[in-house]
Design a protein around this ligand. Structure first.
Ligand SMILES: [Zn+2]
Length: 385
């Protein structure tokens, strides 16, 4: 059995140990005692080094802890060191989780069902279909209040049968490791924690998301909260600069600019339609009718969309005896419009021409549109039309 040094001392960073077992290739190492935390209970594993060789991952095999190392290691005495920045960050996030879960329980009787410590942020899932955003703000305020009170966080070993006042009942038997926040919380937990709430640093709640039967609260603590706030500030400052406004005035400024942009877009669409109507009528007036009295126009564009020509076509064929064909090279597509008295069914004619070229599309007797796979096929469709 591996002696777990982190159970009694979360602050142990360097220690001596003995390699008591190893895999055939020497890359999986078992020590007599270790402070390397294995992935467990939502907290990721520690990294660091064993006699100068990098520890890549650490896994809990119940009785023993397996260390995956970058190079083969021999049996015997070794010097171990954990990556303290990573570990202390985990301790801040994990203790922050105990604190946050405890205040959600204290203030709103919201039970934590699971916890995940991620690379960027952490989450707790609260039981229940809905959590009000103001409840999260209140929990955040209360959690930070307890951080400022700098309450002791202690580790106790008690018998499962007699351990009382646990936030969540433990299914374990025998000795329980209990992590307690003074006058607030007692939880059975095997993870690593800071020794006082002050070391958690600022607790910052972020996204609130509904996940099936629970609500997920994203949060960051300590140095992560500072990094996150810094990144948020930089992003907001850039936006504020683009809008030439102060940070606090930016939301109202963005809302006003969006409103202006929407109004501008609406006006642009109207002008576009007015222009298409004008162009359609002008085109009709300047196009000489054929011997059969029909005015025919064919237009071609290389790239973009047929939408603009569609409006022109509609206005052109809104007048008597008119047929309008438009083609677009990329993506290869075609449009056919006909006035009510032109004597053709645009939908039927276009569909037939497209089908022959292996394309697809259709429409009604007055307006039809479709596409073919490649530009060369467009020619045969146009010939046919
Ligand atoms: Zn814990």
């Amino acid at each position: 059995m591996t002696e777990r040094l982190y159970y009694t001392d979360s602050y142990l960073r360097r220690w001596d140990a003995r390699v008591v077992d190893r895999s055939g290739d020497g890359r999986t190492i078992y020590l007599d005692r270790t402070a390397f935390y294995p992935t467990s209970g939502g907290q990721p594993f520690d990294i660091g080094s064993i006699s100068g060789v990098a520890v890549l991952s650490v896994a809990d095999e119940e009785a023993r802890i397996a260390h995956q190392v970058a190079e083969p290691l021999d049996a015997g005495q070794v010097e171990c060191a954990i990556d303290w920045n990573r570990r202390f960050d985990h301790m801040q996030q994990h203790t922050g989780q105990h604190l946050l879960s405890a205040v959600f329980e204290e203030l709103f009787a919201l039970h934590t069902v699971s916890f995940h410590l991620g690379a960027e942020s952490s989450t707790i899932d609260l039981e229940g279909a809905a959590v009000e955003p103001r409840a999260v703000l209140e929990a955040e305020r209360r959690a930070n209040e307890i951080v400022f009170e700098n309450r002791a966080v202690s580790v106790l070993f008690e018998d499962a049968a007699s351990a009382e006042g646990l936030r969540k009942p433990s299914g374990r038997e025998g000795t329980l490791r209990i992590v307690a926040i003074d006058s607030l919380d007692r939880s059975a937990c095997g993870g690593t924690h800071v020794r006082s709430t002050g070391e958690i640093g600022t607790v910052l709640c972020r996204k609130l998301e509904k996940i099936r039967q629970s609500v997920r609260v994203e949060f960051v603590c300590g140095a992560r909260a500072v990094r996150r706030a810094r990144a948020d500030y930089e992003a907001l400052a850039k936006i504020a600069q683009l809008f030439s406004s102060s940070l606090d005035e930016t939301p109202a400024m963005v809302a006003a600019q969006l409103e202006t942009a929407r109004a501008g877009e609406k006006a642009r669409r109207k002008v576009e339609l007015d222009l298409a109507a004008y162009q359609g009528r002008e085109l009709y007036q300047t196009t000489a009718p054929g011997l059969d009295g029909i005015r025919r126009v064919s237009q071609r564009v290389t790239a973009g969309s047929l939408e603009e020509l569609r409006a022109v076509a509609q206005n052109f064929t809104a007048q008597p005896k008119a047929v309008f064909v438009a083609a677009l090279n990329d993506p290869p597509s075609v449009l056919l419009a006909a006035s009510a008295d032109a004597g053709i069914d645009a939908g039927k004619i276009l569909k037939a021409a497209l089908t022959e070229a292996g394309g697809r599309g259709g429409g009604n007797p007055r307006m039809a549109q479709g596409s073919v796979r490649e530009a060369s096929l467009l020619e045969s469709v146009l010939q046919k039309l």
